[in-house]
Structure formats: C-alpha cells, structure tokens
Design a protein around this ligand. Sequence first.
Ligand SMILES: Cc1cc2nc3c(=O)[nH]c(=O)nc-3n(C[C@H](O)[C@H](O)[C@H](O)COP(=O)(O)O)c2cc1C
Length: 175
Amino acid sequence: MNVKTGIIYSSVDGQTLKICNKLRDELLQSNPNVELFSIDNFNENITNYDRLIIGASIRYGVHNKKIIDFINTNQKQLDSIKTAFFSVNLVARKSEKNTPTTNPYVIKFFKTIDWTPTIVEVFAGKLDYKKYPFFDRIMIQFIMWITKGPTNTSSEIEYTNWDKVTAFGIQLSNL
Ligand SMILES: Cc1cc2nc3c(=O)[nH]c(=O)nc-3n(C[C@H](O)[C@H](O)[C@H](O)COP(=O)(O)O)c2cc1C
C-alpha cells in the first residue's frame, strides 16, 4: 500500500527539524512517500495525505502561532486522516515532565486547542547558548537558573533522547 505521509515543522534553531529528519528516515524504511515541509511552505491539500505529523518547538512558553492557526483552520481535514503532534522544549529534559501527560506545554496546548491527534509525543530539545542573541541568552540563562539547569553560557547540550525519537518513528510507521 502506498501511504503518503507529510511532516510539517516549526523550528527556530533547527532541533525540531533535526527530529523531523530522523522521523522521515525512519518512515522511509517502510514507505517511500514522505514529504517534509516548514509550516511557512505548506500549501498542500491535507486530505491528499494519509498521515500528517506536526512538530513544533516552544519559545517563551508557546508553540509557533502559525502552527496553532494551521491546526485551528484545518481541524476538520486533520480529523479525517491519521495525525501526530509533538512538542520540543527544554522542560522535557526532566524525567517527570517528558510525557504528553506531564509536560506543562503539551497539557496547556491541548487545553487551548480543539484537536485530538492520533498520537502525541514530547521531546527534550537542545540548549545552545552561543546561538542565542543577547536578550534570549539572558532569558534562557534565567530560566535555566530557576529550573536548576546549566547557566554557563558556553554550554551546548542536546537533551533529545534519540531512542525515544526512533520509537516514535516506529509508532508513526504503524499508524
Ligand atoms: C528564545 C528561546 C525561548 C525558549 N523558551 C522556552 C520555554 O519557555 N520553555 C522551554 O522548555 N524551552 C524553551 N526554549 C528551549 C527550546 O524549546 C529548545 O531549545 C528547542 O530545542 C528549540 O527547538 P528549535 O531549534 O526547533 O526551535 C527556548 C529557547 C529559546 C532560544
């Protein structure tokens, strides 16, 4: 069966995109028809896809507004196919906040949106101080200080659990 899969991402520093690329590689093992789009470039008809995966990172407590608008505008079409959503954030580096039912951003997101994807996941992102402009660096340093994370601005730590990403990819292949 030729299943068509679309992956749509919103990524500022590239970690969500990196996760999407890994998911694409995973999906390609069972089906050749996988397309990856930034939310800025997705103009396709949703119902042309059998499966649609949406991944977005958190910045200052929220997912990209374009992702939220996209879901709200297309909820009916999304409900007619298999869908998945995942969030990428740094709070998920903590084991007690790294599932869809324990991650505060995922919980809040689904309280404010009228959509229930087939599967939901959350991944820890990457901390890379040297990529951040001055204001963001200070803010992230402050957030890290409050949440007992690294505050040394030379820190570059990828918290993403790639085994968890692979497991999610396998789950997506079986959708
Ligand atoms: C300006 C800025 C704000 C952020 N705000 C939050 C936040 O409020 N909560 C959190 O858990 N992570 C926060 N993060 C961490 C990002 O979600 C994390 O770095 C993620 O890997 C970014 O993914 P992306 O590169 O795909 O955008 C923030 C990162 C930046 C640079």
